[in-house]
Design a protein around this ligand. Structure first.
Ligand code: C5P
Length: 220
């Protein structure tokens, strides 16, 4: 049985390119919480799998690899980043090949377990804003502060294109929502925010308003 985490966690889940990262980062800055992008952690593992020439469908080989990797982390500009074998893989995380295989690699139980454990561990040390797919539903299901950020498929496709990334977001969303392990769902007690017609600041304002209603203490 895992221990209760000692710090506050705000969970931000939602589909690909829904604006989660910008919102979560800005929210963390306003609250002086540490920002964690769990999607980046799955991407880093996926890059490591591909870099070694491992077939992303070979779950047992991926599980073996996970057991040999050294996982660390670095706090940089208010963000906790996963290090694999002492390397921050951030520049590689949006390569086309990573976009193409991350949903598949994310279904491997040993991959999910290692990232789950790291996220729980982070919450023993810091107040966190964590974004992902299963943060409010599984990883920090006990937090009262959980949000599901959505936007129309058209707006999400535009947002991703504006970032200059080629990414088949509809395909990833289907895979992430239909898998059996920790699928993307709206947690029962999550606040859903439709962001298609809102700016990042407006979404963060809305989250702050709803946090106050949940008796979240905002410092200052
Ligand atoms: O957030 P981002 O789109 O970068 O996430 C990349 C992929 O990582 C997702 O499509 C999903 O397959 C996986 N992921 C996950 N669970 C999370 C966060 C991301 O399975 N909590």
């Amino acid at each position: 049985m895992e221990s209760a985490q000692r710090h506050r966690v705000i969970a931000i889940d939602g589909p690909a390119a829904s604006g989660k990262s910008s919102v979560a980062r800005e929210l963390a800055q306003r609250l002086h919480f540490v920002y964690v992008n769990s999607g980046a952690m799955y991407r880093a593992v996926t890059w490591s799998v591909l870099q070694r020439g491992i077939n992303p469908t070979d779950k047992s080989r991926i599980a073996q690899l996970i057991a040999t990797l050294k996982f660390g982390c670095e706090l940089k500009d208010g963000e906790l980043r996963l290090l694999i074998d002492d390397v921050d893989l951030t520049p590689q995380l949006h390569e086309d090949r990573v976009n193409g295989e991350v949903s598949r690699v994310s279904t491997v139980p040993e991959v999910r377990q290692v990232i789950f454990n790291r996220l729980r561990d982070y919450a023993n040390k810091y107040d966190l804003v964590v974004e992902g797919r299963d943060i409010g539903s599984v990883v920090f299901s006990e937090t009262p502060f959980k949000f599901y950020i959505d936007a129309s498929p058209e707006v999400r496709a535009q947002r991703r294109a504006a970032q200059g990334h080629r990414d088949q977001i509809a395909r990833r969303d289907r895979a992430d929502s239909s898998r059996s392990a920790s699928p993307l769902i709206v947690a029962e007690d999550a606040d859903v925010i439709e962001t298609s017609h809102l700016t990042v600041d407006q979404v963060v304002d809305e989250i702050m308003k709803r946090l106050r209603k949940k008796n979240f203490r905002v410092a200052g």
